[in-house]
Write a protein that binds this ligand. Structure first.
Ligand code: ATP
Ligand code: MG
Length: 455
């Protein structure tokens, strides 16, 4: 079924002729004989498009347009006008009508306009959906952490999210700096406006200035056309200056001026442009140290560091590891179409003991890999990379405590079984018949168990 069209015209002939013709095209037509009847239909039916006559007794086409724009701004409105009222039709377009057709109506013309209106509406809805998805992805709830340091970070974020304060996010690689920057943008006042990120370390320093501020044609070799910079693209929104620590001293001066004056100059351009941009920057280097060494301007540092947010390394908030692991298992279950319930008994110990130099990004990668490798319901230690299994040195299965919400005995037993088998294999130098003997099992039973446990 194609779009549903509300067709409003007090003239019976036009109404019927259009209803039949458009119905034949596959549209679902709801006819109405007056503006007020049209309004009533809009209240209870779901309509994609409106085609309405301009001049009708009582509620006019203009009135209906205003009513629809106010309550259902996603509905496209097409006006029908007599030759005499083309000027009002143009006024209607200023008020948000999609287009107009003049009487006598040419069917081909109407069909094309309807198609264009339908396309535009679909695009609008798609964008809306995308935006909502994006917002869902960067809600505060998707930043996982119940440790004290994370709670403090959330409270700072909550305080500054609806302001234009300049934020400097510090933390090691993979601690979530970009995630926090996006959450601040997509939950703040500028959420409908652009979020523009630039990685200052990824762009050669001689090109960074033009990336940031744009350039005019001919200002340097390779500047073949005028180009807008990230600052202009971020206007009214947020700019994320990632790896700010690697910016050259010369450019730091220009950036400082741009922030102070709230205006930028394209490379080679004479006239400065006003910009309104919220700045969030991030670094995994110690900027304070860089300032002391004379590698980073102190005046710029103070301007960027109005609100500091320091993200802890994962090993300093190991209590968040189980929650993060569960979060990523769910994420990759959905993505890879798996139904993994969690980690087998004992496997979490490895994750908690490991020191995670790559922080959350590394944990996410490890979980993604494990989810990919696991066909059963629980992730076994065999699905973890050697680097993680190595450090724990765990030989004995820790009898787990039963948490208040209960546990799963089958899962715990599988973990216990896997650990025992692993130890027997180690003791037997990998010889399966010997390991089976150590466990008082038949060799075939051992092999069957190993297959089931993914060892
Ligand atoms: N608290 C968290 N909860 C859930 N996911 C997180 C959290 N922190 C980080 N992540 C995820 O970890 C990955 C790395 O995060 P991000 O890219 O923000 O780190 P970064 O600090 O910018 O790292 P780098 O310095 O290497 O650029 C991303 O996939 C992000 O979604
Ligand atoms: Mg980053």
């Amino acid at each position: 079924m194609r779009e549903t069209i509300l067709l409003v015209d007090d003239e019976q002939n036009t109404r019927e002729a259009l209803s039949i013709a458009l119905g034949r095209e596959g549209y679902n037509i709801i006819p109405a004989t007056s503006g007020s009847e049209g309004m009533k239909i809009l209240e209870k039916e779901s309509v994609d498009l409106i085609i309405t006559d301009m001049i009708m007794p009582g509620v006019s086409g203009m009135d209906l347009l205003h009513f629809a724009r106010e309550r259902h701004p996603d509905i496209m409105v097409i006006m029908i006008t007599g030759h005499a009222s083309v000027e009002t039709a143009i006024a209607a377009m200023k008020d948000g009508a999609f287009d107009y057709v003049t009487k006598p109506i040419k069917l081909d013309e109407v069909k094309i306009i309807i198609q264009q209106a339908a396309d535009k509406r679909n695009l609008l809805l798609e964008n809306l959906l995308l935006k909502q998805e994006l917002k869902g992805k960067y809600t505060f709830e998707n930043i996982i952490g119940t440790s004290k340091t994370m709670q403090e970070i959330f409270s700072v974020m909550a305080r500054v999210v609806n302001s234009d304060s300049t934020v400097l996010i510090t933390g090691d690689s993979g601690t979530g700096k970009e995630l926090v920057a996006k959450a601040l943008h997509y939950n703040g006042l500028r959420k409908e406006k652009p979020f523009i990120a630039i990685n200052c370390a990824a762009i050669p320093s001689e090109l960074l200035e033009s990336e940031l501020f744009g350039h005019v044609k001919g200002s340097f070799t390779g500047a073949v056309a005028n180009k807008s910079g990230k600052f202009e693209q971020a206007n009214t929104g947020t700019m994320f200056l990632d790896e700010i620590g690697s910016m050259s001293m010369a450019l730091q001066g220009k950036l400082l001026r741009a922030l102070q004056e709230k205006e930028i100059e394209r490379v080679g351009g004479a006239k400065p442009l006003k910009v309104d941009v919220r700045i969030i920057s991030a670094t995994n280097t110690d900027l304070e140290k860089a300032v002391k060494k004379g590698l980073f301007r102190d005046d710029l540092y103070y301007r960027l560091n109005v609100i500091p947010i320091h993200l802890p390394s994962l090993k300093d908030r190991a209590e968040d590891i189980p929650l993060l692991a569960a979060h990523f298992i769910k994420k990759y279950n959905d993505k890879l179409n798996k139904k993994i319930k969690g980690l087998a008994g004992g496997v979490m110990d490895y994750l908690v003991a490991y020191d995670w130099p790559g922080n959350i990004r590394e944990l996410e990668n490890v979980v993604e890999r494990a989810v990919t490798l696991t066909d059963g319901e629980y992730i076994m230690e065999s699905a973890l990379p050697q680097s993680i299994l190595g450090v724990s040195g765990q030989e004995f299965y820790n009898v787990p405590q039963i948490p208040d919400k209960g546990t799963d005995l089958e899962r715990e037993l599988e973990g216990f079984e896997a650990t025992m088998i692993r130890m027997a294999l180690k003791k037997s130098g990998g010889v399966k018949s010997k390991a089976a003997e150590l466990l008082n099992l038949k060799r075939t039973t051992l092999i069957e168990k190993m297959r089931r446990l993914n060892l």
